[in-house]
Structures are given as structure tokens and as C-alpha cells.
Design a protein around this ligand. Structure first.
Ligand code: NAD
Length: 365
């Protein structure tokens, strides 16, 4: 498949794909250039690596490990996440392309070392066109195991000389993005008294709660893991609500920090907020939900812009350069918001255009 397949992505229908998924139709719908599969019955590995683009450099992106209802769902997740990584790297000014690994997790992984070693062999077989990193369901320790089999792994643990867990840095970026959004929408100069509802207080969500609490924000939290919300209540006086009720909470900012697809036909009219800005990848089920939020007067801060801290953390080793790249996100967001006001289209639409401009310039050069 051509590397230069169209960057403009038509809406891809979940419903249409189920039952009759055509791999080429799906990869083209997301503009992906490559998709690779590896199955290893001895270790239970069922892995997919999607490479969206290598226009700006070798592809980089996390490795997600979770159960999926079907192989089609896992493939779609990989394709969509890989595309987001291309845009994320482009807008963060990083010389990398976009890729993603998805591992279809079995009910129990019998031998985690063998499982991630086998995944490491898979990554190595691509000879550096894709480098992997932590994502939902994987840890820096898992990446240490992967590193036994390949050099193409980021975010190994600090004691192994790696960058360590990127989550606190991701949370810093999300907090900066929220500050930028409240200035734009609420004309509030600080987070003091601003109410933020956080969906999912795991690695990034918890670190975000800490950042926001330190700046005087009021917090509402929900998580399917009881211990995670109790910790936020004890440390940050966060109000706890049930996972299903978080959408209905009146708040200034809704911060999705669990999984993707949470802005969908069932939830879109429930949001009682002015801003949606959080760490989760692929927060919109479909791109049209971005336009619907825009019509409802809710500012959606594109996920692949606001959550770029993690990618910056694993790819940039110099602390000064890391901070500079993270802070340049504020200018980028202000630029996106201004373009959105000027054009009457959503910041997400503007972010896509901006990423396409960057990729197009490189292709033409
Ligand atoms: P995590 O697994 O540590 O945290 C996710 C949390 O969400 C967990 O506490 C989980 O119990 C909770 N959760 C799951 N389903 C839920 C539901 N229905 N309602 C409420 N809570 C629910 O993952 P993480 O590393 O914190 O990443 C969170 C999101 O941010 C993911 O989408 C990830 O891809 C994205 N992201 C993470 C980073 C990073 O640096 N870790 C960087 C960029 C993007």
C-alpha cells in the first residue's frame, strides 16, 4: 500500500466493519501504510502492529494490552491509534511517524516474560520501522522484558537506563492544556475553584488530579477500581461518583483519562461541561462527534495535542528540551483555538489540517 495514501480520513463505520471487515478497506480508511500480525500459540501472543506513516521519521507509539470483544475491534483500535500517533508527533515537532501495537490479552497471561519476549521478537522483525513503548495494560517492567529482544523499545525503567513511566509528564501537559482552555473559554486566569471531573484516575489521571489539586481546582473522580478513587478522595478531597454518572456531573472541565470512544451517540447529550480535555487516546467514537461538541458549544481539546507529553518524555532525553517542547503546546493550542474561531470549525478539524500541512510539506520537500 502506498505510503502517500490520502491523509484525509473518511468516517469509518464500526457497524459496517463488523462481520465483513476488509483489511485493505480499513487500513485505507485510516490512511495506514502497513499492518502486521503475529501469533505465537506457545506464549499466547496475538499481536498487531499498525504503522500509519513514516513520512517524518520511524514510527513510534505505545503498546496496548487488553482484552477485545473481537479481532476486528483490536485491528480498528490499532489503526486509529497509529493515525493519532502520526498527528501527535507532527504537532509536537518530533521527527517520528505514527505506529501502535495492540496485544489481544488472554484471560490470564501464563508467563508474562515469555509473552513480552515474543512481542519483542515481533517488534525486532520490523527492523526499526516501529519502536514500542508503554500504554494501557503495559508497564516499564514489561518494556524491560521487550528490550531483551529488540533495541526498538522506549520507556524502559529508569534503573535500566530508560526514560521510566511517562505518565506524570503526560499529566503535566494535560494540566497545561486545561489551563490554556479555561483561559480561552471561561476567561479564568488560574485553576483556583475550577471544577474538573476526571474519568479514570490510574497512572495519568491520578497524576493529573495531583497537579490540579495543587493549583486549587475542585475535583470529581470516577474509576472502576475503588482503590483509585478512594486515594484521590483521601489526598485531594475529590468527590467520588459512580463510573456511569460521571458524564452527568456539572463541571467546568471533563477530563477523560480512562479509555477511548467515550464521546459517542449515547453520551454526547449528557455532558454538562464547557470543555473536554484529557489524556485518553481516541476520546471521540467518530470524528463527527467533534463537530457535534462544537455545535453544542463544548470546546474539545484534541487528544493527540493535549496528551503529547508522554511521547515527548520517551523520545526526548534532555530535560530542558522536553520542557520546552511541552510548553510549546500552549502556543499550538492557542493557535488552534484562534483558527477555530476564525473559521467556525472545531479545533479538532484545525488540528487535522495543521498536521496534514506539516506532513504535506515534508512529502513535497
Ligand atoms: P491506566 O490503565 O493506568 O489508567 C486508566 C484508569 O481508568 C484505571 O484506573 C482504570 O481502572 C480506569 N477505568 C477503566 N475503565 C473505566 C471506566 N469505564 N470508567 C472510569 N474509569 C475507568 O492508564 P493510563 O496510563 O493512566 O492511561 C490512560 C489513558 O491515557 C489511556 O487512554 C492512554 O492511552 C492515554 N495516554 C496515556 C499516556 C501515558 O503517559 N500513560 C500518554 C498518552 C495517552
Amino acid at each position: 500500500m502506498s505510503q502517500n495514501s490520502s491523509l484525509r480520513v473518511p468516517e469509518f463505520s464500526n457497524e459496517k466493519a463488523r462481520g465483513c471487515m476488509d483489511l485493505f478497506t480499513s487500513t485505507e480508511a485510516y490512511g495506514c501504510s502497513e499492518i502486521h500480525f503475529r501469533t505465537d500459540p506457545d506464549t499466547q501472543l496475538k499481536a498487531i502492529i499498525a504503522i500509519h506513516s513514516t513520512t517524518l521519521g520511524p514510527a513510534a507509539g505505545g503498546c496496548r494490552c487488553r482484552p477485545y470483544p473481537s479481532t476486528e475491534d483490536a485491528i480498528e483500535d490499532a489503526l486509529r491509534l497509529a493515525r493519532g500517533m502520526t498527528f501527535k508527533a507532527a504537532l509536537a515537532g518530533l521527527p517520528y511517524g505514527g505506529g501502535k501495537a495492540v496485544l489481544i490479552r488472554p484471560a490470564t497471561i501464563r508467563d508474562r516474560e515469555a509473552y513480552f519476549e515474543s512481542f519483542g521478537d515481533f517488534v525486532d522483525s520490523l527492523h526499526g520501522r516501529y519502536s514500542t513503548a508503554v500504554d494501557s495494560g503495559t508497564s516499564t517492567q514489561d518494556m524491560d522484558i521487550v528490550a531483551r529482544r529488540t533495541h526498538y523499545v522506549l520507556s524502559t525503567s529508569k534503573d535500566k537506563g530508560g526514560s521510566g513511566d511517562p505518565s506524570p509528564f503526560t499529566a503535566k501537559g494535560v494540566c497545561l492544556g486545561i489551563e490554556t482552555a479555561i483561559k480561552h473559554v471561561l476567561k479564568r486566569m488560574t485553576l483556583e475553584g475550577v471544577c474538573v471531573a476526571i474519568q479514570g484516575v490510574g497512572h495519568v489521571g491520578y497524576a493529573l488530579a495531583r497537579e490540579l489539586h495543587a493549583r486549587g481546582a475542585r475535583l470529581i473522580v470516577a474509576d472502576t477500581h475503588a482503590g483509585h478513587v478512594l486515594r484521590c478522595n483521601a489526598e485531594f478531597d475529590a468527590k467520588i461518583v459512580a463510573p456511569e454518572s460521571i458524564y452527568d456531573q456539572p463541571c467546568d472541565v471533563f477530563a477523560p483519562c480512562a479509555l477511548g470512544g467515550i464521546v459517542n451517540d449515547a453520551t454526547i447529550n449528557r455532558f454538562n461541561t464547557r470543555i473536554i480535555a484529557g489524556a485518553a487516546n481516541n476520546q471521540l467514537e467518530h470524528e463527527r462527534h467533534g463537530q457535534l461538541l462544537h455545535q453544542r458549544g463544548i470546546l474539545y481539546v484534541p487528544d493527540y495535542v493535549i496528551n503529547s507529553g508522554g511521547l515527548i518524555h520517551v523520545l526526548v532525553s534532555d530535560q530542558g528540551e522536553r520542557d520546552e517542547k511541552l510548553h510549546s503546546m500552549v502556543n499550538r493550542l492557542n493557535d488552534l483555538f484562534a483558527r477555530s474561531v476564525h473559521s467556525g470549525t472545531s479545533p479538532l478539524h484545525q488540528a487535522t489540517l495543521m498536521a496534514e500541512e506539516i506532513l504535506g510539506r515534508k512529502t513535497a520537500a
